[in-house]
Write a new protein. Structure first.
Length: 134
């Protein structure tokens, strides 16, 4: 009966590990679109912080230098479905997260110095005319 106890205990432990492990994944792993949206929000905040410090907006490399955790996230596989870019304009910036892999991502994102993130899911890159993310 000790053998049955060991088998039962092993089965119960396996079920607990699988159940707890799967439940945890639901909270920790964002979809590529969610990951890109979070990155856009972090980049927008970093741009505002950068502007407050040096009175101009920063290129992507400067923002990553200011906030290395953003750069670390962007090289994670979860973010590979989008290509991030920042173009500096005369008095602001245009930030984009364009779809790189349409099998994983459905939305492209746009943000400028207003801080409003906009999205497009029609296959076209998001722009200042796209719907604001709510």
């Amino acid at each position: 009966n000790m053998h049955q106890f060991k088998l039962g205990f092993t089965f119960l432990l396996t079920v607990l590990v699988v159940e707890l492990g799967c439940a945890r994944l639901g909270y920790d792993i964002a979809t590529p679109d969610q990951a890109a949206l979070m990155t856009m929000a972090h980049l927008s905040k970093a741009e505002a912080d950068f502007f407050a410090k040096v009175h101009r907006y920063g290129a992507l490399a400067e923002i990553i230098h200011l906030c290395p955790e953003i750069g670390s996230r962007m090289i994670d596989a979860s973010y590979a479905a989008h290509k991030f870019s920042i173009v500096l304009t005369g008095d602001g910036y245009l930030m984009r997260a364009d779809i790189e892999d349409n099998r994983q991502a459905k939305f492209s994102y746009y943000c400028d110095e207003t801080g409003v993130v906009r999205e497009s899911h029609d296959g076209m890159p998001a722009s200042s005319n796209s719907r604001a993310v709510r």
